[in-house]
Design a binder for this molecule. Structure first.
Ligand code: SF4
Length: 360
């Protein structure tokens, strides 16, 4: 473990730290729709669903999605019985569609087990698509196991408390171990949620409010007046660029042709405009092979999207057609009004807007 994270050293004293954090949380906790009221037993399905939806986004963005999911699929068995397309459609706009696939696969596994979630971190971790963070969060919040749920928010708090010189994510294992050493045996779920709330409300990425923080006495970064400079960042690597082309075939009533991507892989099972596979400059740049014959017109400009491991530049072609082409393969019509909620990824929604001259 990185020496500055070692709880045996002076800075991080688990019991007083947890006590201060929980006392703050008892007064300041956020009232979130997926949280059990004080004294109420948390429902594992709701905890799991909210944790999956919350990955990479904020509570405010998730709240309407959570409400719709719960209304449509109030129990895990109902979610398991939905089609993957329906689940992806319900995710539209929330991004990271691999989560929709994992959510669906996990619901089906739980339904096979009679609708009961396993009650330990290790068993939860073995479920399809359940990562270390989600397993620990559900184990702590729904089942009271002293598990340490470490996401980017918690890592930021820990890096600041210890003024950790190692950049995230190289410090991932050390931060997980240090967080685990702080979890109190009597209120592990509250501790996990208190850290989440501290990260969202006080120890924010920018402008952390150290004056209002219950942990300021424990915090090496705040003492040094350098809170915002933690976590340290690794030097950014240049992202490679991929190039692609998409084809927007428009009918007189505004409907256009789309297809569904394969279930596995990047943006798996989302809808897309047809086009050849994306290529790198080394592979010869954009391949403009057309999905079928039509009077295609290349639009000026490009659609750009940054993914985790590469940046994408898409050229958009448009054509007006009157009927489904004979060589249309797996294409189908999408009505103009359905486009925003049909299950297209963000990059495809951008491409559709580009093809329509800026409007979705
Ligand atoms: Fe974050 Fe400041 Fe609190 Fe340290 S004192 S944990 S930097 S808000």
């Amino acid at each position: 473990m990185d020496a500055s994270l070692d709880p045996r050293r002076a800075a991080l004293k688990p019991r007083p730290l947890a006590r201060r954090l929980l006392a703050w949380w008892d007064v300041n906790r956020r009232d979130l729709p997926w949280r059990a009221a004080t004294g109420e037993t948390p429902d594992p399905y709701r905890v799991w669903l909210s944790e999956v939806l919350l990955q990479q986004t904020t509570a405010a963005a998730v709240a309407p999605y959570y409400a719709r999911f719960l209304e449509r699929w109030p129990r895990v068995e109902a979610l398991a019985a939905a089609s993957l397309g329906e689940v992806i459609e319900a995710f539209a706009g929330l991004g990271y569609y691999a989560r929709a696939r994992n959510l669906h696969a996990c619901a089906q596994e739980i339904a096979r087990r009679g609708g009961r979630f396993p009650d330990s971190e290790a068993a939860l971790r073995a479920l399809p698509g359940v990562g270390a963070y989600t397993a620990a969060a559900v184990a702590a919040i729904a089942f009271g196991e002293p598990a340490a749920a470490v996401d980017g928010n918690v890592a930021r708090i820990m890096a600041r408390l210890a003024a950790l010189p190692t950049p995230w994510p190289q410090a991932r294992a050390a931060i997980a171990a240090a967080t685990a050493a702080l979890v109190p045996a009597d209120r592990p779920g509250d501790f996990a949620q208190a850290l989440m709330d501290l990260g969202a409300m006080v120890c924010r990425p920018r402008n952390p409010d150290c004056a209002a923080c219950p942990l300021s006495a424990d915090c090496a970064a705040a003492r040094a007046g350098e809170a915002e400079s933690y976590p340290r960042r690794a030097a950014a690597k240049a992202r490679p660029v991929r190039f692609g082309a998409v084809y927007f075939a428009l009918r007189g009533d505004g409907a256009f042709l789309a297809r569904r991507r394969p279930p596995k892989g990047l943006l798996g099972a989302t809808l897309e405009l047809p086009g050849p596979p994306w290529r790198t400059a080394e592979d010869g740049g954009a391949n403009a092979a057309r999905p079928f014959a039509a009077r295609w017109r290349r639009l000026p400009g490009e659609v750009e999207q940054v993914f985790t491991h590469f940046a994408l530049r898409l050229t958009v072609y448009v054509a007006t057609i009157t009927a489904m082409p004979r060589d249309s393969g797996d294409l189908f019509w999408v009505a103009a009004a359905d486009a925003p909620s049909a299950g297209f990824s963000s990059v495809m929604l951008k491409a559709i807007a580009h093809a329509r001259g800026g409007a979705l």
